[in-house]
Design a protein around this ligand. Sequence first.
Ligand SMILES: [Zn+2]
Length: 441
Amino acid sequence: MEAGEGGVEGATRFTLAAFAWKIVRAMELITILNHCHRQRGFVYQQARFGPDKKSIEVDVRPREGSAAVCSGCQQPAPGYDHLPERCFEFIPLWGFLVFLLYRMRRVDCRNCGVVVEQVPWSDGKHQLTRAYMLFLARWARKLSWKETAEAFHTSWDQVRDAVEYVVGWGLEHRTLESLRALGVDEIQYAKGHKYLTLVYQIDQGLTRLLWVGKERTIESFQDFFTVIGERLAAQIEFVCSDMWQPYLDVIRQKCSQALHILDRFHIVAKMNKALDEVRAAESRKMAQDGHPPLLKKARWCVLKRKRNLTAQQKFRLRDLLRYNLQTVRAYLLKEDFQQFWEYTSPTWAGMFLDFWCYQTMRSRIEPMKKIARTLRAHRTLLLNYFKARKQFSSGVIEGLNNKAKVTMRRSYGFRTFRILELALYHSLGKLPEPELTHEFF
Ligand SMILES: [Zn+2]
């Protein structure tokens, strides 16, 4: 192996490449590879610098006497011929790209005819080795895909391929047997009204993203049930959703045996939205009528829970409460409703709900009246919350929803549904990963 010196020896001329290479050679690169990436039926022959001195190339040969394996049926088969040499990219080392060079054999299989062999380090479709794809995919969970590509001097497309491989493997090898509690949530992406349907497992021991659907229609949610099949659908005991009608319809149709709960997080969010509408409209009207701007910068005062307010905001709120404003009355209604969640008995909770709706319907605040009408229409589902409350925490969907939003924000370069789907499965799916004999960290 030539070390890459240009003839003149000495400390002044020796390059980083030469130095690194000496270390590699001293430790025997082949020995290291055999230790961390041994491949049954194959041997590493020799290592050398690539022509540009920026990469290391390692020759791989079949082990003497070991038969090739057919990629069609995974059975040993007699050799047929060799294909031209192929490069498989391995995890980079000390700033050098590392390539395994191998001439794939074709086999003459009894079952499959003449097909290319299967090699353990690659899935045959990608230039990257499995080990490198797993390595990149792990980093792509911590960094953005763009940062991952930059950190390892590879391309965004290679990182996407890596994530796609790992996600595909994970989806194929995961088991859904433990599924008892299901959560469905919609999430807005891109500008305009583009939505995804996200289906989660929300069991106590395991919360994860199970499925990503395009749009938030009856059809998209039904697809999920097609994927899991009737047997698994029949064992679901709890379903948690928001009040989106297509979801309610599908749940009634596919999971009629399950206790259906409306998610607290979405109801609180709806109420905050209504309150914000009231405040914005009233603030505009006051400005038009020439009143002092009482509601200016009061947004967080009324939207935050009281205990989360800063001292300054508490002061503003106390000030605000002295006025008989729509915003103030809507705020008090919203705060009052928090009590609903404290009940343990569905009967008492039901009485509270009826009274709250009655009061709100007389408030003459249209956005709040709209909420009251919606809550009334879903009374039974709302009260199911109290029948199931000990089963799982109500913050689960909210937490997953936040995580999904972070994933989408971090992936600002992701334009297509497919990419978004991969990124979400990758960060929230808790998917199993292909196993390697060595941990590349
Ligand atoms: Zn075969």
